[in-house]
Design a protein. Structure first.
Length: 219
């Protein structure tokens, strides 16, 4: 939002439309507050407003790219977006399970920071950045790297063989096999190009694996 809105009168209109706090402070802070304080059942409407907003003359950003990146970020976070090329308008829909996806992402980040595994969260952040920029193979690669770095951090492993040995400490054969399969799916990121849906699918599969391992070995 902060890359699209540069004047307080623009944010005043949003505050009025969505019944948000109209108090003036730094633009960046107001955008942050709006995004976090809008009611959950209206967030997709706010996102839709932002995507379709036409800034006043004098806007120097790459608006089409900003919109595309924001739309991809919404998809990564569980929303469905469509684009009507004839009208030049986006439509945003809430997706089933949105709260659970977001809660899991936040819980993973909390656990990673608590355990001191910041490099894993850095990988996941990079994966989301790649996704927003349309780099789907790189997105999946960085997500898989997050799982690798988790293995390394939890077991002090430095080699592929040592990482495999860590995985063997998971007592459930079915869970161990599933995580191996998910890791293998993440290797599709080695391909030069993959479809968008495979990046989203792989991201959430691997994130769930990371969450499972963190909970399983929670100290």
């Amino acid at each position: 939002m902060e890359q699209t809105f540069g004047e307080h009168w623009e944010l005043d209109k949003i505050a009025l439309l969505f019944l948000l706090d109209p108090t003036k402070r730094f633009i960046k802070d107001r955008c942050y507050d709006f995004a976090h304080h809008v009611p959950d059942d209206r967030f997709h409407k706010l996102a839709e407003y932002v995507l379709n907003y036409e800034p006043p003359s004098g806007f120097y950003g790459d608006l089409p790219q900003l919109r595309l990146s924001f739309a991809r970020a919404l998809i990564m976070n569980g929303f469905k977006t469509t684009y009507d090329s004839s009208r030049g308008l986006y439509k945003v829909y809430p997706s089933a399970g949105l709260e659970q996806l977001e809660e899991q992402k936040q819980e993973v980040e909390t656990l990673l920071i608590k355990r001191g595994f910041k490099e894993v969260q850095t990988d996941l952040n990079a994966a989301e950045t790649h996704y927003r920029n349309g780099n789907y193979a790189q997105c999946l690669t960085m997500t898989r790297k997050g799982l690798e770095d988790l293995f390394s951090s939890m077991s002090k492993a430095k080699t592929e063989e040592e990482r495999k040995q860590f995985l063997s400490t998971i007592k459930s054969n079915s869970a161990r096999d599933l995580i191996r399969s998910i890791y293998g799916y993440g290797c599709k990121g080695h391909e030069l190009s993959i479809p968008e849906y495979e990046a989203v699918f792989g991201y959430h599969l691997i994130l769930s694996s990371i969450y499972f391992i963190l909970i399983l070995f929670n100290e």
